[in-house]
Design a protein around this ligand. Structure first.
Ligand code: FES
Length: 122
């Protein structure tokens, strides 16, 4: 059964930013695209680069190692239609961003702090 697990405080990932989290045995790339959350498998299918630490431009996340680019809402590679990263459902609750995963374990979050609104659910 899939569980909703907190992976970040909303304040950690403002609009236009992405981050990487390890959830159980998965690496997740979380992005705040103009206030809408998206999460995809964070292990780049090219050579295993850390997608979550890449550059987010609009809805496109670029792998920091060799530049493969992924559309966050769909998980699709920008040039190869057959390369699609698995996506995760994302929502907000009580200052945290949660994703739905099978068999994950919670990520330890920093203490909550008052911040401006960081986004909405996808
Ligand atoms: S490892 Fe991501 S582009 Fe090469």
């Amino acid at each position: 059964m899939a569980d909703w697990l907190p992976i970040a405080a909303i304040s950690e990932c403002p609009p236009g930013k992405s981050l990487e989290r390890v959830v159980g045995e998965r690496i997740v790339a979380l992005a705040n695209v103009d206030g809408v959350w998206h999460a995809i498998d964070g292990l780049c299918p090219h050579q295993g680069g850390p997608l979550g630490t890449g550059k987010l431009c609009g809805a496109v996340l670029t792998c920091p190692w060799h530049g493969w680019q992924f559309d966050m809402p769909s998980g699709r590679h920008r040039l190869s239609a057959t390369v699609i990263q698995p996506r995760f459902d994302v929502r907000e609750a009580e200052g945290s961003v949660l994703i739905r995963v099978e068999g994950g374990s919670p990520v330890e979050l920093p203490p909550a702090s008052p911040t401006p609104s960081g986004g909405t659910t996808a």
